[in-house]
Design a binder for this molecule. Structure first.
Ligand code: T3D
Length: 265
């Protein structure tokens, strides 16, 4: 089901509690322009308003996305590109929203994910890649460093040696290697990718959203916390989870030997 006024650069649909955002500039391998970020932000606003619990992000055509559109960079009168401003206005807000505790995000990587789009895919909570997908930290090819959270996410996923290897060589990493390195969750056959991602999204959309949100926040916080601080954080979040109606329902369903019906309350 499509939802509301169509967007210029993405396709957007909602099916129950699952939204799907498809980056839709296939002629340029879904390269990002500012409008695409604004469309994603507006689509996520619509998804939240509709009570969506899981969001699938994928690309139209043969690529997930080739990163920033290098043919559509605005220069000032001196030929300077305000990359810092662009990043803050666009990518950073997109990344914050993809890591929101209000829903889970699933990247269905259907082809090459290069540059900032590699890091956008890796910022999602679950990454499922088609067998022919590739992850490319392409930045150094054009004299840039990784942005869009890549220098934060990559070493935490795969360690310094592999992160720097990807960044310095810019070699493409295939889907199975990415999975074996712990960079992504799962590899699917190309033709089964969207079905696999949709099944995952439906499963997670029916899960305990409050607990999921706090688990996401706790995992991110653990990266900077020491052990004692993390134990305190877990206990605090666990109290909130235990106070929820979903916990009462989970325990009741367990004793009644049935599936829980979580309401995100
Ligand atoms: O403002 C800032 O710069 C800050 C933000 C930076 C973030 C970044 O993402 S920097 C990194 C930008 N991305 C790249 O450097 C990747 C560029 N693309 C590629 O290296 C290759 O296209 C791929 C490895 C991704 C795929 O190669 P291939 O051979 O499968 O496809 P292709 O033939 O290169 O591309 C197909 C078309 O898409 C082609 O157009 P054409 O010739 O048929 O008219 C190509 O120009 C276009 N395309 C691909 N990537 C981009 C692009 N057009 C604009 N921007 C792109 N990034």
């Amino acid at each position: 089901m499509t939802d509301g006024t169509p967007f210029e650069t993405i396709l957007f649909s909602i099916d129950g509690k699952v939204a799907t955002i498809t980056l839709n500039r296939p002629d340029v391998l879904n390269a990002f322009v500012e409008r695409m970020h604004l469309d994603i932000h507006a689509a996520l606003d619509r998804a939240v308003a509709a009570g969506v619990r899981a969001v699938v992000l994928t690309g139209a055509g043969r690529a997930f996305s080739a990163g920033q559109d290098l043919k559509a960079l605005d220069q000032d009168d001196h030929g300077r590109i305000d990359i810092e401003g662009l990043l803050e206005r666009t990518y950073h807000e997109t990344l914050r929203r993809l890591r929101s505790p209000d829903y889970v995000t699933i990247a269905a990587v259907n082809g090459v994910a290069a540059g900032a789009s590699c890091n956008i895919a890796l910022a999602c909570d679950i990454v499922i890649a088609g067998k022919s997908a590739q992850f490319v930290e392409a930045f150094a090819r054009i004299g840039l460093i990784p942005d869009a959270g890549g220098t934060w996410v990559l070493p935490r996923l795969i360690g310094r040696a592999r992160a720097l290897g990807m960044i310095l060589t810019t070699d493409p990493i295939d889907a199975e290697t990415a999975r074996d390195w712990g960079m992504i969750w799962q590899v699917a056959q190309d033709e089964a990718l969207m079905e696999t991602a949709a099944a995952m999204a439906q499963k997670l959309a029916a899960g305990p959203g409050l607990a999921y949100g706090m688990a996401k926040r706790a995992i991110d916080a653990s990266i900077d916390n020491d052990f004692e601080t993390q134990l305190k954080l877990e206990a605090c979040f666990q109290q909130k989870a235990a106070d929820s109606k979903d916990f009462a329902e989970g325990v009741k369903a367990f004793t009644e030997k049935r599936r829980p019906s979580f309401k995100n309350l």
